[in-house]
Write a new protein. Structure first.
Length: 223
């Protein structure tokens, strides 16, 4: 996520499989981000990109679709590759946990998009007077991280939010992004919307349970 300023049964076992065995839907989302960036670079004018980016003025004007469209825009190729790498790190575990089949794949995509929407809203909420344009999928990808955090080291079911390794993952996300916010750390000229990262992560952390039941209606959490 950046501000574009002019600019289970067994998740732990499955996570050890080679990258090329990642569930198709997790790879499809990465491919979709790449295709969208190609369209952005080759076909969209700067004004069109700005019209699809998220901002408080855009929402005030009723352009609510920017809550989704901004996820598929990126400031540059480095921004895209960073997000694609993070999606490859966290997405497969969540996709495997949701299970196989079209229902699970659709649930994964909805989970990804909703985390992106909530990440964007988190950023907007913390900038009540902001006018910057926000682009990028890292709010959604942070949601995948939040979901994956509740699967770490488990063969079945989910950790509760304050159990096991989840606390360490929460601390890592908060500390890392607060350091980014306090130091103004930027990569390749990007101004990083760290607030959206934290909001997206928390969304994924809390939504992984309900979305598991959506993906697998017969699911009962196993302790």
């Amino acid at each position: 996520m950046s501000e574009f300023e002019g600019d289970t049964t067994g998740p732990q076992a499955s996570s050890r499989e080679p990258m090329f065995n990642a569930p198709g839907i997790s790879l499809a989302v990465i491919a979709l981000l790449g295709i969208a960036y190609g369209v952005q670079v080759l076909l969209l004018t700067p004004d069109a990109v700005a019209a699809l980016a998220l901002s408080r003025p855009a929402l005030a004007e009723g352009r609510w679709w920017t809550l989704i469209s901004h996820v598929f825009l990126h400031a540059n190729l480095v921004h895209l590759l960073m997000n694609a790498g993070a999606a490859l790190a966290f997405g497969p575990a969540v996709a495997r946990h949701f299970g196989p089949g079209p229902r699970a794949a659709g649930t994964f995509l909805l989970f990804f998009l909703l985390c992106g929407v909530l990440g964007g809203l988190g950023y907007i909420a913390l900038h009540p007077n902001g006018v910057d344009l926000v682009v990028g999928a890292s709010g959604a990808i942070s949601g995948l991280w939040g979901g994956a955090a509740r699967l770490l080291g488990r063969w079945r079911g989910l950790w509760k939010v304050w159990e096991g390794p989840v606390r360490g993952q929460i601390a890592a996300v908060v500390i890392l992004n607060l350091l980014i916010g306090l130091t103004g750390l930027a990569a390749s000229g990007l101004h990083i919307a760290w607030e959206a990262h934290i909001a997206g992560f928390l969304a994924g952390l809390l939504l992984i349970g309900p979305f598991t039941r959506l993906a697998r209606p017969s699911y009962r959490e196993e302790r």
